[in-house]
Design a protein. Sequence first.
Length: 311
Amino acid sequence: MTRRDPVNRAQRRLDRPPRERFATRELAFDADGDTCRGTLYLPGGDDEDSPVVVMAPGLGAERSFGYPAVAERFADAGYAAFLFDYREFGASDGDSQVVDPAGQRADYAAAIDRVQRVDAIGRELVLWGASLSAAHVLTLAAERRDVDAVIGAVPMLDGRAIARRRGVKYLARSGVAGVRDLLGHRVGRGRTVPIVGTTEELAAITEPGTKRKYLDLVDRESTWRNETPARSLLRVASYRPVEQLDEIRAPTLLLAGTHDAIVDSEAVVDAGETLSRGTVVTMPADHFSPFGEDFEPAVGHQLSFLRDALD
């Protein structure tokens, strides 16, 4: 069987595992009355009771945006991986593309419950996230005691700090737009902002150079729109998982990029010191290159961590 053609510009040169090295199953699950959908990647051969890695996309993204390449590598290494779309994104119910951290964490919890009912899955649980989804898994790991390991790639640790770095003008504009949308969307007068934009735009991500990097990961067959309700800005800016890191008991890997314009790598290093069983790896990467040109070293660090954490 031949390898899959890459579905986004950033991953054209990736070395993907042969398709016969893993199997996939589509799974659906209920989340507060709505249906979420995802793909379960299973190791090939006779592996049973594999640890499972539960995965979801970063800020405003769908699961097809470069994440399958990571899930495939986990499955190729002997781990099951369940990669799903949040409500309001991708194949899951809804299409508003609103970014709601509390709701997305609830989707993670429902995904965990669903995948743990699969017969081929073992009891060891790994939570995986990147950027905003790293914030979700860190928060969940602080609240749960059934988590055996955590991976946070380029983790968003403090939404308030990121918003403040963008300046007073951004804070004022995002606050006004967010409140107007919060009040008006119920009567059909909501407004949207780009998920990723230029430094001059009011967007959820505005750092220099990030727009092209983000869009290069978009699946060419996706119907995704580069927009989110403006109230998403309020929710992300008030999200501070850094305050709960000292409550995490599971082994945790934080992967930081020294060229990351969104998440300060020094802040990630500092956060690692708060973790009781933390490992921090810094590498010369930006916020999106761990899914593109820096994929191999990034996934290598993650696999090495899992071998040690689940030994």
